[in-house]
Design a protein around this ligand. Structure first.
Ligand SMILES: Nc1ncnc2c1ncn2[C@@H]1O[C@H](COP(=O)(O)OP(=O)(O)O)[C@@H](O)[C@H]1O
Ligand SMILES: O=P(O)(O)OC[C@H](O)CO
Length: 497
């Protein structure tokens, strides 16, 4: 009997596939990067075919490392970079344009126009999002306006729109399933998260024909069966969630008040608010954490665009480290008497500031400032930004949950120095789990529990294991002084202060 589950994690810079066994252990993995395309300043695209090739490559690699074949897989779970838009022809499956990636800012002027028309409150009320180019809706609208003949074809029902999950499912099932899940839908700016359906009024405002949208399912559902002619065996796809929601699930943040923060290229913190659809007064996003058995659990989300990317800047831009793993040691050697701050607004500032025009800045440099102070400032910036998010979350939603433990994951969570500094600057414990691949784990859980291979949510939550807890040790006056310095640096960087 098939007793393995395959998680496909399609990320912004690479795709991963991980095989888990029925005891939730990782037995094989594959990973492949694919090209990032920057056609103009602020534009970011991916070639859909390159994404597909990377996914099939790492599925083969993961299966080979696990020494099994696809026939040994009981179920597939998919998790993906969110908001990224693909449009393809319904009859040929051919994409009409490169995918427009979540980081792409080309629709900034369109968003400003919609805001100028006084529409942001309506979009926020219905979708929980803001009018920012980050989300899918305005990108889809751009494609229909700029690819010749696209709008007419879309209106005739000849085109399909999907986030990456939808596109992969379409390809894996040989064009038989045209579906998404509620978490991915909730990032499009087209989906009403209160009514749980595509919103006709918003579709009209963005001029998007409903006929091109996929069917929205729960996160654990029957998404289709892989076409044996495509992958070599027919396997059911039983779980789907956007990557940050999948990490929330993988971290077993199932109780209201639980919060996780994922430190990859960017950083995304999600606070489970249960059935409360909290509307943020502090410019956080309201999003669907997961939908199971028709019941929606909501989250408040804070999105920071630069986290591990600041470490990449130390490595590739400044060349003060040769490898990301060296950043912590270098930061540890910084002079504690220097107050150097980096505001890493390299691509604008995300939550809770949402300032697309801000650019990065450093403050407090002296003639003694060197690589160590730069590294310290870069890593501390990620911690300070997390604090800004969590402070905003607590202003928006108290519900008696003053005591907070943050569950962390993502590549940067491997840095002990950064995680200790995070606990210090938050003045809260930080828990790093034993399985750091929480995104894939979340997708695997959705699929494996539906297949009856793994237990349900309660048992899964009990199985969550800690690798290490970082306890705050920094003196209160030091923490306060640092935080005040950071707030001042942010104020001086933002364009709208
Ligand atoms: N030991 C480390 N210390 C600090 N940053 C790290 C470390 N290891 C990896 N990173 C950073 O984490 C990021 C990679 O994390 P990952 O979760 O794979 O990101 P993504 O899924 O966004 O590609 C990179 O930006 C890298 O610079
Ligand atoms: O691919 P990641 O891990 O950088 O995550 C991207 C997010 O889903 C964007 O919202």
């Amino acid at each position: 009997m098939a007793r393995f589950v395959l998680a496909i994690d399609q990320g912004t810079t690479s795709s991963r596939a991980i095989v888990f066994d029925d005891a939730m252990r990782i037995v094989g993995r594959g990973q492949k990067e694919f090209p990032q395309i920057f056609p103009q300043s602020g534009w970011v695209e991916h070639e859909p075919e390159a994404i597909w090739d990377s996914v099939t490559h790492c599925i083969r690699e993961a299966l080979a490392r696990a020494r099994i074949t696809l026939a040994d897989i009981a179920a597939i779970g998919i998790t993906n970079q969110r908001e990224t838009v693909v449009v393809w022809e319904r009859d040929t499956g051919k994409a009409i344009h490169n995918a427009i990636v979540w980081q792409d800012r080309r629709t900034a002027a369109f968003c400003e126009k919609l805001k100028g028309d006084g529409l942001e409150a309506l979009f926020t009320e219905k979708t929980g999002l803001l009018l920012d180019p980050y989300f899918s809706g305005t990108k889809l609208s751009w494609l229909l306006d700029h690819v010749e003949g696209a709008r007419a074809k879309a209106e005739q029902g000849a085109l399909c729109f999907g986030t990456i999950d939808t596109y992969l499912i379409w390809r894996l099932t040989g064009g038989k399933s045209f579906v998404t899940d509620a978490t991915n839908a909730s990032r499009t700016l087209l989906y009403n998260i209160a009514d749980n359906q595509w919103d006709d009024e918003l579709l009209k405002l963005l001029n998007i024909p409903a006929v091109m949208l996929p069917q929205v399912m729960d996160c654990a559902a029957d998404f289709g069966v892989t076409d044996a002619a495509v992958l070599g065996a027919a396997v059911p796809i039983l779980g789907v969630a956007g990557d940050q929601q999948a990490a929330t699930i993988g971290q077993a943040c199932f109780a209201p008040g639980m919060v996780k923060s994922t430190y990859g290229t960017g950083c995304f913190a999600l606070l489970n608010t249960g059935t409360d659809r909290v509307v943020s007064k502090n410019r956080l996003l309201t999003t669907i954490a997961y939908r199971m058995d028709g019941k929606t659990t909501y989250a408040l989300e804070g999105s920071i665009f630069i986290a591990g990317a600041a470490v990449q800047w130390l490595r590739d831009g400044l060349k003060v480290i040769g490898d990301a793993a060296e950043a912590g040691n270098l930061a540890a050697s910084a002079d504690p008497n220097q107050q150097v701050y980096l505001v890493p607004a390299f691509t604008g500032m995300g939550a809770p500031w949402w300032d697309p025009d801000a650019r990065g800045a450093m403050f407090g440099l002296t003639r003694n400032s060197g690589p160590a102070e730069f590294a310290c400032a870069a890593l501390e910036a990620v911690c300070f930004q997390t604090r800004d998010l969590l402070d905003a979350m607590h202003k928006d939603w108290q519900n008696g949950h003053d005591e907070m433990v943050l569950r962390v994951d993502g590549g940067m969570a491997a840095s002990d120095w950064t995680m200790q500094r995070l606990a210090d600057l938050l003045n809260a414990p930080v828990d790093r789990p034993a399985i750091i691949e929480t995104t894939a784990l979340g997708a695997a859980f959705l699929a494996a529990s539906r297949a009856g291979l793994w237990p349900g949510m309660d048992e899964f939550a009990k199985a969550w294991a800690r690798d290490y807890r970082f306890e705050p040790v920094m003196k209160e006056d030091v923490r306060l002084a640092k935080h005040t310095g950071w707030q001042d640096a942010v104020r001086r960087t933002l364009t709208h202060f």
